[in-house]
Design a protein around this ligand. Sequence first.
Ligand code: SF4
Length: 488
Amino acid sequence: MKLYLKNQEMENDLLYLQNIINLYFEDSFLLIGEGANELAFTISKEEAVAVTGQMTIDGETYTATAERTGHDKKTVKQAVAETLVTMLTAHTGVTQSWGTLTGIRPTKLYHRLYRQGRSHEAISDRLAKDYLISQEKLDLMKEIVHTQNEAIPDLYNLKREVSVYIGIPFCPTKCAYCTFPAYSILVHKNDVPEFLVGLLHEIAETGKWLKENGIHVTTIYFGGGTPTSITPKDLKMLLDQCYASFDMSTVREVTVEAGRPDTIDAETLKVLNDFNIDRISINPQSFTDETLKAIGRHHSVEETVDKFNLAREYHMNNINMDLIIGLPNEDRDHVAHSLAETKKLRPESLTVHTLSFKRASEMTRNKEKYPVAPRTEIMHMMDMTRQFASDEGYKPYYLYRQKNILGNLENIGYSIDQEYSLYNILIMEEVQTILGIGCGASSKFIHPETGKIENYLNPKDPKSYNKSYAHYTTEKIKKLNHIYKAED
Ligand code: SF4
């Protein structure tokens, strides 16, 4: 659908408005001009701002008004968004539980207000008014922020520490919804030794800098790809290097993604156990074999269960499992089945994702091959997971939203027995620098004083990484020097 915005002067807001319209119509375009489907805003700014929106879609005309105190740019934008959401809701009958909130991490916003000394009640009132967020989501944010502050009591004081993310870009096969750097380990077997040379170099150099400058490491996370795709011998070499390079005495948690059950064996688990790895992930995504096949995971449900049990034998007592809601051809019965099977295993953490159609994924490129349930069903299935978590004693402790996520919902991390992933909290809430090492690893440098964020991305493919890791290491150390030493 094409919608024409008559206000030429709002050209700079086009993307913002487009993102809101996309919450209702996936394949819609907002253009400046005039046409059958039109949108226009009348904005009056005096002591307060008053916006009147008018929208004509498919021959039906809607109007909405919004008033806000103040007339700064942000306030005007929020008032415009409110009228737009009101008109789109009237047209589609769809209510957005996250209101007009796009492009901001919900709990980060909540934390910001909480740190300013506001009460939970005042924060809820403000977010409901500014962004039209539903009470259910406000309660969820409140619970998560409370739990995060309990899990990491010094959450607001970790800005002079860093966490380290180590990216290993190999997987047995590529899942259809995936856009992570995940190269087939079979095809890229010969790239691994050279890749490890680069990775060991990056770990050694950054570890040396952190030690010399007295910057503590809070958590370490091995992700990718699937780190357990490499051989146990290589994994051991990598962990040896980490333990030798970083001051492990301050590290609160080391996680290794072992997400794909088809990468786990006794030898690998022994290595993880020898290094006292705190937390691993074994991700079913679904407990239906046909679904796993359809999304290209190439492992069976039986293998997930077997590897989970094997991990328990190797004393892995903090295991996360990921489930995805909205996988192709899945309905409520599939979700009920996945939850029942999860209940039998009782992992310490459960991360429930809503399927997201990421731009570069196989699933998005060939959407017609992957039919998904309608929005109302997706919402019902998510409610089932919330209910399951509550019944089984899993507490929500982090959440994030993605673009093009089904039903404009969210991903929620749950945990029992306070076995939280500290790394996930730290990265979501952007309270400290995350140093990305390895292929496709994204660093997020957060200036300890100003809070200014700078992203820096390592090359995604192993071949480019192998050629340029030394340069990327040097650049990151320059950035560390800049943000941590400039203020000494
Ligand atoms: S296992 Fe994870 S990283 Fe690997 S292809 Fe699947 S979704 Fe991507």
